[in-house]
Design a protein around this ligand. Structure first.
Ligand code: GLC
Ligand code: GLC
Length: 683
């Protein structure tokens, strides 16, 4: 046990002042350590008696102490460096460090034993999330099942669909009225009473675990709601809590910052600051005016959010979705996005998760330039990340019927470090922004600015011949910039086809949806559905009737689950629209099952295949001895490829499409009808 070693050595050292310390353990290492490393080890030595006393106060079992201390020794140097970089210049650094250590120790001791078992298991199997068996879904509890109790009763539904990962949109207590879909949290330790209680959440987490489904919740750590207790104290004039946020007496500082800032929600409010009448102060609010950005240059904020993180983890969460990671560190004269210290900060949280909640993973939500997205992805930072570039480019390919930009981008942007994975999705609760790289576009002769204009026109249905029914989000009248809202089905053409009662158009729309799904399920990483996609749910324009939602067009693609659809699954006598839903649901189910039984689809290894056809995406997936070739036609015209292509991809002479069970030979031509996808394995 390092603690007793440390304390003994500490004692020995103080009595034999100046004498040679024993050669083993930390004290021994200390002599040879250099610079900061020396300080780190000395600091741990100084903290050891505090930890010892803390263990005693907690009546911690020796076995648990030992497990914690082994990890502490393993990660201490990393943690010390990170925190030193963030807060080392503060006079009270040592105090905060001590508190952080004790908070971590408490979190481990108070962690339910079932979760500690998960931790122990995952330490030995850190890549568990790379399995082909992981398939995710995301939902709003109220819109899907009303509350957490009823959600527990829906576990059978998730199993039927094949999900093994469930992201529940923010479900904590929020401010009344508009809460940005739960992203304005007023208390991280209580559930929104309309949804249930913390105990309901714990019960749900247990049930999900028994069903083999991982639970993902948000860690909304960039901002709190303006009615969070910390904000309330700040408003009441408490200086300690005013330092939790960015609060300014006049426009001087805000104006200086504004020179280099983007506007995220320009349709809500211009600029990034909100005037607070009662306080007579300006507050930094990157998103809505009621979402107050936290000031992480203050170590008390880090510590407070660490406690909230451990609390959320203790409810039974497997993965935290780190919300709005790009914005968490601010420095004058910069864009205040993707700053180096944002990474340091996340790494510090990660390190503290490794020490006290080692089974917990982080998922990064960085919807930014692809060069910046990848910087958050590392085993030491966020093990998984949304893949916004793939998402945007799949939609781009669908609009253009060409995969050139997708290919170009994938060729140098898909590979990730060992021990990490993409989360591949088509729609989420947020909008679509065209975050591809301008240079990638230029390399194949596309003007990025014009192309984004085209994509916006196309997906809002203004481009002649467009099949899409999207809605603008955050249209900026100054720059002409906008993002796109809409459900998978409406963007893929189903809404328009149903409205025109056009059978052929309906068929094409369904094929487009399945085409996109079969890519996110096979390209490498965790596929993530936004629930409702499995029924082809259309845009819901009724959100405008709710004043708390009316100003935010993202609600158009957050429809309410309609459970009556389930009855249609086996009822073959019903109307046409229900047969569309049946077909989409059954196809989705089949795709998921096919993924889960294809070992080649585990992990991230993906090599593009030069199909010599601008409409057809091709790639090879390999995992261990398994191999699969995926071919996808992004146009409504049939495309023909030489069977030979597959021989070069190492497929042998005969292969089977696992989606249709069709067998093909390499001496034949491969004909891909409109929007067809093949998952080919050797037979
Ligand atoms: C994230 C969420 C988005 C929210 C924003 C502010 O980007 O995904 O829905 O509006 O953060 O919390
Ligand atoms: C911006 C942010 C992203 C957020 C989105 C919400 O794109 O970068 O984090 O999800 O806005 O619309």
């Amino acid at each position: 046990m390092i603690t007793s070693n440390l304390t003994e050595e500490n004692r020995a050292n103080s009595t034999t002042s100046g004498g040679r310390p024993s050669g083993s353990g930390l004290r021994g290492r200390l002599n040879s350590a250099e610079g900061l490393r020396f300080e780190a080890e000395l600091t741990l030595l100084r903290l050891a008696p505090r930890l010892e006393a803390h263990w005693n106060a907690l009546s911690a079992e020796p076995r648990l102490r030992q497990e914690f201390e082994e990890r502490l020794e393993e990660y201490w140097w990393q943690l010390f460096q990170l925190l030193f970089e963030l807060y080392g210049s503060r006079y009270d650094f040592f105090y905060h460090l001590e508190q952080i250590l004790l908070t971590a120790a408490t979190a481990w001791i108070q962690r339910p034993e079932t979760l500690r078992d998960v931790d122990r298991h995952r330490i030995n199997e850190p890549n568990w999330f790379a399995s082909e068996r992981i398939v995710g879904g995301a939902l709003y509890v109220d819109l899907f099942s009303e509350n957490l109790g009823k959600l527990r009763e829906s576990i059978g539904y998730f199993k039927e669909l094949g999900l093994t990962y469930l992201h529940l949109m923010p479900l904590f207590a929020v401010r009344p009225g508009n809460s940005d879909g739960g992203y304005a949290i007023s208390n991280y330790r209580s559930v929104d009473p309309r949804l249930g209680t913390i105990d309901d959440l714990r019960l749900l987490a247990d049930d999900l675990r028994s069903a083999g489904i991982n639970l993902v919740l948000d860690f909304v750590f960039n901002h709190t709601s303006d009615d969070h207790l910390w904000a309330q104290h700040a408003k009441a004039g408490d200086r300690e809590f005013q330092q939790y946020y960015f609060i300014f007496p006049d426009r001087e500082q805000p104006d200086k910052y504004e020179h280099t800032l983007r506007e995220i929600f320009p349709a809500v409010r211009r600029g990034n600051f909100t005037w607070h009448d009662a306080m007579e102060r300006w507050v930094w609010t990157t998103f809505n005016s009621f979402q107050w950005d936290l000031n992480y240059s203050n170590p008390s904020v880090f510590r407070s959010m660490l406690e909230e993180m451990y609390f959320i983890a203790s409810t039974g969460v497997d993965m935290l979705r780190l919300d709005a990671v790009a914005f968490i560190w601010k420095e004058m004269g910069t864009a205040c996005e993707n700053l180096p210290k944002a990474h340091t900060l996340i790494r510090a949280f990660n390190c503290l998760a490794r020490i006290a909640t080692p089974g917990l993973l982080f998922k990064s939500e960085a919807i930014v330039h692809p060069d910046d997205v990848v910087k958050y992805i590392a085993p030491e930072e966020c093990q998984v990340s949304y893949n916004p570039t793939l998402m945007a480019l799949l939609w781009e390919s669908l609009a253009t019927r060409e995969v050139r930009l997708l290919n170009r981008t994938l060729s140098h942007r898909h590979r990730l470090p060992e021990g990490t994975a993409w989360v591949n999705y088509l729609r989420c609760h947020d909008d679509i922004g065209w975050t591809f790289d301008d240079a990638d576009a230029a390399a194949i002769g596309i003007n990025a600015y014009n192309h984004r204009q085209f994509l916006n026109q196309f997906y809002t249905g203004q481009f002649e011949g467009s099949f899409a029914r999207g809605v603008p989000f955050q249209e900026n009248t100054d720059t002409g910039d906008m993002r796109i809202a809409g459900t998978l089905a409406s963007l893929a053409g189903l809404e328009q086809a149903i409205e025109h009662d056009d059978e052929e158009a309906k068929e094409l729309a369904i094929r487009r949806m399945l085409l996109l799904q079969s890519i996110t399920l096979s390209i490498g990483g965790i596929p993530l559905l936004y629930l409702g996609e499995e029924w082809g749910m259309l845009n819901d324009y009724d959100f405008v009737k709710d004043p708390a939602k009316a100003g935010d067009t993202r609600w158009v693609h957050r429809p309410k689950m309609q459970w009556e659809f389930l009855d249609e699954l086996d009822d073959t006598s019903v109307a046409v629209n229900s047969s569309i839903r049946r077909r989409i649901f059954r196809s989705q189910q089949k795709l998921i099952a096919a993924r889960k039984s294809s070992h080649a689809l585990a992990g991230q290894n993906m090599e593009l295949l030069a199909t010599q056809n601008p409409h057809v995406l091709g790639f090879v997936r390999t995992h261990e001895a398994h191999r699969m070739v995926v071919l996808a036609n992004f146009s409504e015209q049939p495309q023909t490829l030489h069977g030979n292509l597959l021989r070069t991809a190492g497929m042998g002479r005969f292969f089977e499409d696992v989606l249709s069970s069709r067998t093909l030979g390499t001496s034949d031509d491969i004909v891909l009808p409109a929007y067809e996808v093949l998952w080919l394995k050797r037979v």
